[in-house]
Design a protein around this ligand. Structure first.
Ligand SMILES: [Zn+2]
Length: 80
């Protein structure tokens, strides 16, 4: 993983790993071995990412529809 602060490539160490009770993600605290700054990462499954993307897509469609209900956009499922 590249450092978001200085851009060093794959030169970080993990100082803490947490597995929250729900079990759908893992967070890690990383420290760059070049600039010594720290950042947090979150690891999720591809299935979780795909489900989240679908939820965001539906929300986006709903917002577009709410903004312009008379357009030729289809009314998203679940909207009144
Ligand atoms: Zn760095």
């Amino acid at each position: 993983m590249n450092c978001p602060h200085c851009g060093a490539k794959n030169q970080s160490s993990v100082s803490n790993t947490r597995h929250p009770p729900r079990g759908d993600h893992t967070t890690r605290m990383r420290t760059c071995l070049q600039c010594l700054k720290a950042w947090k990462t979150t690891e999720v499954t591809n299935a979780y990412l795909a489900a989240t993307a679908e939820k965001l897509k539906a929300l986006h469609a709903e917002l577009r529809y709410a903004k312009n209900p008379k357009s030729n956009l289809l009314k998203p499922k679940g909207t009144r």
